[in-house]
Design a protein around this ligand. Structure first.
Ligand SMILES: [Zn+2]
Length: 427
């Protein structure tokens, strides 16, 4: 049903303004924004903001909550790092059936919506149980349908256990078999996803899990289909070392040299990427998705955000392992980690030099671009995925309109949200 909204304040991409109205059509799309829209408007007491976009999630890892936080017990004497955590993740993978996968995904998606995300990029790589192939594809889709979240299903291709090594143990549940088999399944899923809230994307899990010739084929296939292409990149120093040992170059350089870096490419993490690589990557149109809480939890390291910003790389955020699913927390970690590393306040800035707007843009427009999904702004043509913020909430301490965005980003949280809308429908 078409709607006309009259909020107290409305986010225009740079600041909150008064007196703006928004019209939404039957399909849940924003048709007009302005001060003179005529009609019977719904008065909304609060500040209207585009809902946030979570560009990188592994929903099933919600099941690791509290389970990978005991240290000094690694069976392989791996240091208490990403690799020790990966053992706990593989234990979960081994035990996951379709019902549990669906339940964990549903919990993760519900919590994301409650915390202010409307959209998730579900980087989906655990696909089979021991009994049935691809049954976990269906489990994740069913979970998204049940919750009403907007989902870009990022279908992961996973072929090798490490560079040049066969899959081992729990990794058999990720097995895409071959590029041809992967693409056949991808196209079948694209047909299966009939909800207007669902879309699809192509994924090479990492340079560890997909040979470079196959990564090139996947990127070509993504471009042919007009889809985003995602890959984990340079999260750990070990990954970089094994790529250099096999190919003589860093993973990012490998992608650059093979023409994989195009405007639809989203590299997840880039924690240890080199400045020269990053500059060339951004120039070729490559985007970066940072997962600040996950990268801190796993002790990955701190990405070179100043170089990414200077090179105008488009940024987004993701909740990745879903130890938390909170956009406000991710944005604060994104900024604060950089402040500590760089020794300077105000790192993630908008083009006008505004820190709050810079951060909000990363989690709205940046995420929408990363997933190729038409959300992330309150403007004609976009889907009406919106949040209403109680601008009088005590935690925001009654700020002026001018300071509301900064109060929200640095002090606010999901308890300030009074309404959540996805595709024009209030949840
Ligand atoms: Zn990830």
């Amino acid at each position: 049903m078409a709607r006309l909204l009259a909020p107290t304040l409305l986010w225009d991409g740079t600041t909150f303004r008064r007196g703006q109205r928004v019209s939404i059509d039957d399909a849940g799309r924003i048709t007009q924004v302005g001060t003179t829209l005529e009609g019977d408007a719904e008065q909304l007491n609060g500040a209207l903001l585009p809902a946030f976009v979570n560009a990188h999630s592994h929903a099933f890892q919600f099941g690791l909550r509290g389970r990978a936080e005991q240290f000094g017990q690694s069976s392989t004497n791996a240091p208490d790092s990403f690799w020790g955590w990966r053992e706990a993740m593989y234990e979960l993978v081994d035990s996951l059936d379709a019902q549990r996968c669906r339940q964990l995904s549903e919990w993760a998606f519900r919590e994301m919506i409650a915390n202010g995300f409307s959209t998730v990029g579900e980087f989906h790589y655990i696909r089979h149980t021991d009994e049935r192939r691809y049954v976990l594809d269906d489990a994740v889709i069913a979970a998204a349908e049940a919750t009403g979240i907007r989902m870009a299903l990022l279908v992961a291709c996973y072929l090798t256990g490490d560079i040049g090594k066969p899959l081992a143990g729990a990794q058999s549940r990720f097995d895409a078999e071959s590029i041809d088999a992967y693409l056949q399944r991808l196209d079948a899923l694209a047909i299966q996803l009939t909800s207007p809230l669902h879309s699809i994307g192509v994924v090479a899990h990492s340079v560890r899990a997909v040979p470079i010739e196959s990564i090139v084929r996947l990127q070509d296939a993504a471009c042919e289909r007009g889809l985003p292409f995602h890959i984990h990149l340079e999260e750990s120093k070990e990954e970089i070392a094994s790529c250099i040992a096999a190919h003589g170059v860093t993973p990012m350089r490998l992608l650059l040299d093979n023409g994989v870096v195009r405007e639809n490419l989203v590299a997840i993490h880039c924690t240890h990427s080199l400045p020269d690589d990053l500059r060339e990557f951004a120039q070729a149109g490559g985007q970066v998705c940072i997962c600040p809480v996950t990268e801190a939890n796993l002790s990955d390291g701190i990405a070179d955000l100043p170089t990414m910003r200077k090179a105008n790389a488009s940024l987004s955020i993701g909740t990745d392992l879903n130890s938390r699913t909170d956009p406000f927390e991710e944005l604060r970690w994104l900024e604060y980690v950089q402040r500590l590393a760089v020794g300077q306040r105000g790192v993630v800035l908008s083009q006008d030099g505004d820190n709050a707007a810079g951060l909000i843009n990363v989690a709205t427009r940046g995420g929408a671009r990363a997933l190729g999904v038409n959300v992330g702004a309150i403007e004609p043509g976009r889907n009406a995925d919106l949040l209403l913020i109680n601008h009088e909430h005590p935690s925001l301490a009654g700020p002026s309109d001018e300071h509301l965005a900064a109060a929200l980003v640095f002090a606010g949280g999901s308890d300030c949200i009074t309404m959540r809308m996805i595709g024009g429908r209030t949840l």
